[in-house]
Ligand binder design. Structure first.
Ligand SMILES: [Zn+2]
Length: 411
């Protein structure tokens, strides 16, 4: 059965939280026509919510009568409602009744308080955020509070254990299981690593206010954003050489397409769609495509929103030689040096992101670091970026020599 990310705005194919795609079946005809949601209990289970909440939510949103029959797993909405439409409504349910109001993680418990408030208790960040009681479903939940589910406890605690506390203080964890992610986070006491993570934290702290999630998604706002595009494109997107004639090569087309997708989708673009677009344009194997992606996939939230990790799958798929790797670095130089000079301090963190997610090899980064080049940006800019990269380059070097020491010990 096809699974999708619980947060459909997250494009990362490796996003941990999945659910089945909703499946519905239309039965009957005329006045008696109804939609049976075939796999509602599975979907609700993935969301750790009672299936009746989900079907009731659909009922309120669609103004339709619903029938919940848990005994035979039949969940029915009167009227004809196809699965894609229900899936869109489900996003609303997830946003309002599942995702943590603070960190948007879906691992939350619903708690009904004595005073009638409903709280989402987040397993990931520990925050408790209020559910908006104005939604009719809130009244239903208060009257039918969640049963304490004991299921899959082991699974849950394992998931929690693997969390690499994103922006949290990296307190020394008892390192029972050290996934690759954690190795850097927890095990490393050395100065440089800490400097790099400090930089990341500072960036996290200062850049953007917490609820930039709350972007105006009304149709008008989206239109307005799309209209603002052309200028934005002209000023930021120099993909082909330096000529300002605004070329129309496949690379330009890919770049423009990504920028406009992001404008439509709250700054997000789906990795898989990007891959399809590149294929459609016939440039999915070209090294230069990586340069375009470095300039367009990311924005000022590259660190804060972990955008490298989010697109790691795509980048890894497209990188097939060290030329590709170099093009990604070149694009990154432009992205920072020309478009986002405020990110200069984040260069080590960004390189760490590439390295950590197995997008770039140590060798390529090291070689890149040895010599400034005017291939992608002016030579001064290139030098500046490399200078900023020094903590990371040193760290790589150090890691390397430590590895060698270990090797020779063994012999
Ligand atoms: Zn949270």
């Amino acid at each position: 059965m096809a699974t999708i990310n619980i947060r459909r705005d997250v494009a990362d194919p490796f996003y941990r939280y999945k659910m089945e795609k909703l499946q519905s079946k239309i039965e009957g005809k005329g006045n008696g026509i109804k939609s049976v949601i075939v796999n509602l209990s599975s979907v609700a289970h993935s969301l750790s919510r009672d299936p009746s909440y989900v079907v009731k939510y659909f009922g309120f949103e669609l103004g339709a009568q619903v029938t919940a029959n848990p005994s035979d797993d039949r969940y029915i909405i009167n009227g004809a409602h196809d699965a894609p439409k229900l899936q869109d409504y489900l996003d609303g349910f997830i946003n309002k009744f599942v995702l943590c109001g603070k960190c948007k993680n879906p691992e939350t418990d619903l708690l009904v308080q004595k005073d009638g408030r409903i709280i989402r208790d987040c397993k990931a960040c520990g925050q408790r955020t209020d559910v908006d009681l104005r939604h009719k479903l809130a009244g239903y939940i208060v009257k039918n509070p969640p049963r304490r589910e004991k299921k899959s406890k082991g699974e849950k605690s394992k998931k929690n254990g693997k969390k690499n506390g994103d922006t949290e203080e990296s307190s020394p964890k008892d390192s029972g299981e050290s996934g690759e992610d954690e190795a850097l986070e927890a095990g490393s006491d050395d100065e440089l690593t800490r400097t790099i993570h400090e930089t990341a934290k500072q960036l996290n702290g200062t850049s953007i206010k917490d609820d930039d999630w709350a972007v105006d998604m009304s149709e008008e706002a989206i239109k307005a954003r799309a209209q603002n595009l052309p200028d934005d494109l002209k000023s930021r997107l120099v993909i082909e050489g330096g000529d300002s004639e605004g070329g129309d090569t496949p690379y330009d087309q890919l770049g423009s397409w990504i920028v406009s997708e992001k404008a439509k989708n709250n700054g997000d673009v789906d990795s898989i769609e990007v891959y399809k677009k590149a294929t459609e344009l016939g440039i999915e194997k070209k090294h230069k495509t990586l340069q375009v992606l470095a300039q367009t996939l990311f924005d000022e939230n590259i660190v804060k929103k972990n955008q490298i990790k989010k697109h790691a799958g795509l980048l890894k798929k497209l990188i097939t030689s060290d030329r590709h790797e170099k093009a990604l670095l070149g694009g990154t130089e432009r992205f920072i040096g020309n478009d986002h000079p405020e990110l200069i301090k984040a260069v080590p963190t960004i390189l760490m992101g590439y390295y950590d997610n197995d997008i770039l090899t140590e060798e390529t980064i090291t070689n890149w670091g040895t010599k400034a080049s005017r291939k992608y940006v002016e030579i001064q800019v290139s030098k500046k970026v490399r200078k900023a990269a020094e903590p990371f380059l040193k760290w790589l070097e150090q890691e390397d020599s430590e590895d060698e020491e270990e090797d020779s010990d063994e012999e």
